[in-house]
Ligand binder design. Structure first.
Ligand SMILES: Cc1cc2nc3c(=O)[nH]c(=O)nc-3n(C[C@H](O)[C@H](O)[C@H](O)COP(=O)(O)O)c2cc1C
Length: 189
């Protein structure tokens, strides 16, 4: 399968982006393709329906990648109880053509213990894009973010980091299993 991971932060060392990279490594380790689209490295123009924006290079790259995706991961920092502006802007550029019938896993990083508010809002957006929300999601918050702070080479190992890795791997495993079933069904139509 080809999994597209949209990293929705505009911050270079964002823990939500490092978490997205970690999911990419895990997915590749399971023999699937993982394409990470990092909105910090590939910024998009503000959605402006009155302008002709399809030729914008990053936007064209995003739409091509999303059309080719078998399943999608959306990663966001928790900002004011919601998703980041850059991720919302990216979703405004996209449509049912990119999401319809595809399994979508939402993941977040929050300053508080959990980032559930952004995740519930993200799932509402996925539903409106006709994507299929994965039954589970991934939230890292508070001190758990240390595992994904990358101001140095590699990740920090600390007491509890293994628990987070195991949780991420378990959720990814069930996401990939369900994505495989749905992808096969979609391709058989
Ligand atoms: C503008 C802004 C708003 C934030 N709002 C919240 C919030 O509502 N709840 C929360 O738990 N953390 C909040 N935070 C903290 C971020 O969720 C936290 O720093 C998180 O690690 C950001 O993810 P990142 O590492 O991917 O940048 C906010 C941070 C910023 C900059």
């Amino acid at each position: 399968m080809n999994i597209v991971i949209l990293a929705g932060s505009n911050r270079k060392n964002a823990t939500s982006t490092r978490l997205a990279e970690y999911t990419a490594e895990m997915i590749q380790g399971q023999g699937h393709e993982a394409t990470l689209f990092n909105l910090y490295e590939k910024p998009l123009p503000f959605y402006a329906p009155d302008e002709k924006q399809e030729t914008h290079e990053n936007l064209a790259d995003l739409t091509v990648a999303m059309l080719a995706a078998d399943a999608i991961i959306l990663s966001t920092p928790e900002y004011h109880g919601s998703i980041s502006g850059v991720l919302k802007n990216a979703l405004d550029h996209l449509s049912q053509a990119h999401f319809s019938g595809k399994l979508v896993l939402s993941i977040s990083s929050a300053g508080g213990a959990v980032g559930v508010s952004s995740l519930t809002q993200l799932q509402t957006m996925v539903r409106n894009l006709h994507g299929i929300n994965a039954p589970e999601w991934i939230s890292i918050g508070g001190a758990q973010r240390r595992r994904f702070e990358a101001t140095f080479d590699g990740y920090e190992e600390y007491e509890g980091s293994q628990d987070i890795e195991e949780r991420v791997q378990r959720v990814l495993g069930s996401f990939l299993n369900l994505a495989q079933t749905l992808t096969a069904a979609r391709k058989a139509l």
